[in-house]
Design a binder for this molecule. Structure first.
Ligand SMILES: [Zn+2]
Length: 372
């Protein structure tokens, strides 16, 4: 490991003096932290995460993408440095992981984001102005998948798919223990698979019938609204103003036994489960891990989803794919996902370094190993 290259730098207290220099030797790996950053449309949360998935300090700033990206990264660094000042004495910054919308996982650039006013932002270049540590980045759902792999319900598994159920539906596919990035670094857009044929609800992506228009917090609300128009059955939902009808209200009413709210969960789970069955045939995952606000509905959503997953699989594939809730602590989940990206990246760099133990074999051609 090339320690000086990993040393944190920047205009914060203690900048330029690594613990290695202060102590005259490499630091205790347990003293290393990574900076996990979750860049969202309105807010950016960040914190320092250790190898075990513990977040040592956290803070947040407004994203404000109406201003140039360079200004945002200046503000972010200023606040992250202030937070670091309490940790610097006992810790070393080993790397940075960033979760952001529309990130190309191969180039670590945000490309034409839908919910940010920037065009293309090279995250390694922006962060590289302030930090000289390895940097990894992924879109939000992919970062959550790496978070589950390292710290959550995916620990010990090599093949699973994370589905994030928020305003939309995001996903991250882990196959053979690796996040699937695809040829353009943007794999895992399961939210835009069609529920059946391309008809039905309009999606923000320009297509009809996308999964996320049904299986998401927004989707279940649309379903409930349709049910209220189609059915005459009495329902407590009828007394709730249209703009207050959220997935949380539906959850509360379903728990109280309201038949239309229960039906909305049943329909959502049925549609989600049927699509998960399709996906189960593609990569044969050990599990689907449901993450995010709507997944908090628990068995109200999991039961119909699990049933539809099983019913839509060929008999010889049934009973082999688990449906699990996220195992990452909710409050810090996005920061931990971003932190997991950094740890994952550091691990790969470590593994990619040629071992000094390897003896050259005259009978084999010499290969040049490219360093990432
Ligand atoms: Zn779509």
């Amino acid at each position: 490991m090339n320690w000086p290259e990993w040393r944190s730098s920047g205009p914060w207290p203690g900048a330029g003096v690594s613990m290695m220099e202060a102590w005259g030797g490499p630091v205790d790996p347990s003293a290393q932290l990574v900076l996990g950053i979750d860049l969202g449309g309105t807010k950016t949360a960040f914190g320092y995460v250790d190898r075990a998935g513990l977040c040592h300090a956290r803070a947040a700033i407004p994203t404000d993408s109406a201003l140039p990206a360079a200004q945002f990264f200046g503000r972010l660094h200023e606040q992250a440095a202030a937070l670091w000042s309490n940790l610097a004495g006992e810790h070393e910054l080993a790397g940075i992981g960033m979760a952001a919308p529309d990130v190309n996982g191969l180039t670590c650039a945000i490309e034409h984001p839908t919910n940010l006013k920037w065009e293309t932002v090279d995250l390694r270049a922006e962060l590289g102005r302030y930090y000289q540590v390895p940097i990894a980045a992924a879109n939000d759902a992919n970062a959550v998948a790496v978070g589950e792999l390292r710290f959550g319900a995916g620990r010990g598994m090599r093949d699973f798919i994370v589905i994030t159920l928020g305003t939309g539906l995001g996903s991250g596919i882990v196959a053979n223990g690796e996040l699937v990035l695809g040829a353009d670094g943007k794999a895992g857009e399961l939210g835009h698979l069609p529920v059946a044929e391309r008809s039905g609800r309009e999606c923000g992506c320009g297509l009809l019938g996308c999964l996320e228009t049904y299986a998401s917090a927004t989707g279940i609300t649309r379903t409930a609204t349709e049910l209220l128009a189609q059915r005459r059955a009495p329902s407590a939902l009828r007394a709730i103003p249209f703009d207050r009808l959220t997935s949380l209200v539906l959850f509360e009413q379903a728990r109280a036994g309201d038949p239309l709210a229960l039906e909305a969960f049943e329909i959502t789970g049925r549609i989600l489960g049927a699509k998960l069955a399709d996906l189960a045939l593609v990569t044969r995952p050990e599990a689907f891990i449901l993450f995010g606000g709507l997944a908090g509905a628990g068995e109200l959503l999991f039961n119909p989803t699990r049933r539809a997953l099983e019913e839509n699989l060929p008999p010889f594939y049934r009973g082999r794919t688990q449906l699990l809730a996220s195992g990452i602590p909710g409050a810090d989940a996005a920061i931990l996902g971003a932190g997991a990206m950094a740890w994952d990246h550091l691990g790969k760099r470590e593994n990619a370094r040629p071992s000094t133990e390897v003896k050259s074999r005259p009978d084999l051609p010499v290969l040049n190993v490219l360093q990432p």
